[in-house]
Design a protein around this ligand. Structure first.
Ligand SMILES: Cc1cc2nc3c(=O)[nH]c(=O)nc-3n(C[C@H](O)[C@H](O)[C@H](O)COP(=O)(O)OP(=O)(O)OC[C@H]3O[C@@H](n4cnc5c(N)ncnc54)[C@H](O)[C@@H]3O)c2cc1C
Length: 378
């Protein structure tokens, strides 16, 4: 059985039936994360030489779609963990990889990605969290907000600014003295994703905490991590659309109004048709991005951005329509569509909001289509 099919079975057996209750409790049970780790899934996208499963992007896409079909909170914990894995794989020094990658692949160490601050989100290059050198040590002060997976993480990849050297990417163990992790409860969605605020007060780190060159923290390390994050979020949105479609069809078959099942009302059929169309379009964009990523095509970053932009908007459309089809029942935790609606809205904000994706897509389009300079004759 392939990886995505295993995930599908596991989701149907252990996640789907419980996911609403976890969102209400605002916590994923530790046993579920332990089981996820035992199956090697935290290392799904790491190469076998580091103990990972070595999934290619096409397999990873189906794997993440299945995960999000069950629980977007679970997907978000995987997403940030994988972002840190990929940043280390690409930019970590050999000794940093040797220390961390096997532990990350096994899930013995779980990681989270800390870029956003109370005052800086979309304008990520403005961040103010500070890092100063003191002999061989790095000292971090400042705050991060909205950090997914924080309540389960043993390791954070933190972006901070050094006065002269610019932005740095730092590995900060969760038990570092001076680091306070404050859960952020009662959010709109992603309620079981262990989101927290991080406060750093004179956190002392060894020089080996620095990933990549000083000053390369955002342009290389964070940008690489965010590209991977956008991909898994796009794939997750595919899972949300599929979940919305299934729930809508099941409900429209079973619920009768005006003497016939909802499925016979043409206005309901129109909503289902749009959802099914969005699912196919989203799948095609994710598959295209996956192929480009696997062949390391120059356009893969834009293909991923387009997939994330389209899929997150399509997921919100699907969730809105699924809720509409469920009527009043859609507004109750008895059914899963309310959760899809809450989570889908957030997918339009994380890893760069829809507006930020639009700016990136437009900038690429203008660059690609720019008029050729006229040759001078004579
Ligand atoms: C549930 C959740 C989980 C998250 N997890 C993480 C995490 O794990 N790690 C992490 O670092 N961050 C995380 N974030 C933060 C997330 O990445 C930011 O919320 C996001 O980047 C937007 O930043 P902001 O909230 O500060 O909004 P702002 O940047 O203040 O933007 C507000 C609005 O203005 C728009 N806008 C901003 N600039 C422009 C512009 N130039 N042109 C047009 N429109 C613009 C935005 O699109 C948005 O609609 C998470 C957020 C949420 C809600």
């Amino acid at each position: 059985m392939d990886r995505a099919a295993c995930m599908r079975e596991w989701i149907d057996a252990f996640v789907f039936p419980q996911a609403n209750a976890w969102e209400e409790r605002q916590q994923l049970p530790p046993a579920i994360l332990d089981d996820f780790a035992c199956r090697g899934w935290f290392g799904a996208a790491l190469p076998p030489r580091w103990g990972g499963l070595g999934c290619d992007s096409e397999t990873l896409a189906r794997f993440c779609a299945e995960m999000a079909r069950g629980s977007v909170s679970l997907l978000s914990i995987f997403t940030v963990h994988n972002m840190v894995c990929q940043a280390l794989l690409r930019w970590g020094a050999a000794d940093q990889q040797a220390v961390w990658l096997r532990q990350l692949a096994s899930g013995a160490v779980r990681a989270a990605f800390a870029l956003t601050e109370p005052e800086f989100g979309s304008e990520a290059t403005g961040i103010r969290c500070r890092v100063a050198r003191n002999g061989d040590e790095l000292i971090v002060n400042g705050a991060k907000k909205w950090i997914s997976g924080s309540c389960h993480a043993q390791l954070f990849l933190v972006m901070a600014r050094a006065k002269e050297e610019g932005l740095m990417a730092l590995l900060v163990p969760a038990d570092t003295a001076g680091l306070r992790i404050t859960p952020m409860p009662d959010l709109l969605g992603f309620r079981a994703a262990g989101i927290a605020r991080l406060d750093f007060a004179d956190c002392r780190l060894p020089a080996s905490a620095l990933i990549g060159a000083p000053g390369a923290g955002f342009t290389f390390v964070a940008a690489h991590a965010l590209d991977h994050g956008r991909f898994t979020v796009a794939c997750g949105c595919l899972g949300v659309i599929e979940a919305c479609l299934r729930a809508s069809v099941a409900y429209a078959n079973q619920r009768t109004q005006f003497g016939q099942p909802l499925r016979r009302h043409q206005l309901i059929q129109a909503l289902v048709a749009d959802m099914a169309t969005d699912l196919e379009a989203a799948r095609a964009l994710v598959e295209r991005a996956a192929k480009q990523r696997d062949s390391q095509a120059a356009e893969s970053i834009t293909a991923t951005t387009i997939a994330k932009y389209f899929c997150s908007r399509a997921a919100l459309r699907a969730a809105t329509d699924a809720l509409q089809i469920h009527g009043g029942n859609g507004c109750s935790p008895e059914y899963p569509v309310m959760r899809y609606y809450r989570d889908a809205k957030i997918c339009e904000i994380i890893e760069g909001s829809s507006q930020m994706q639009q700016l990136m897509i437009a900038s690429h389009a203008f660059m690609r289509e720019r008029p050729q300079r006229r040759r001078r004759h004579g």
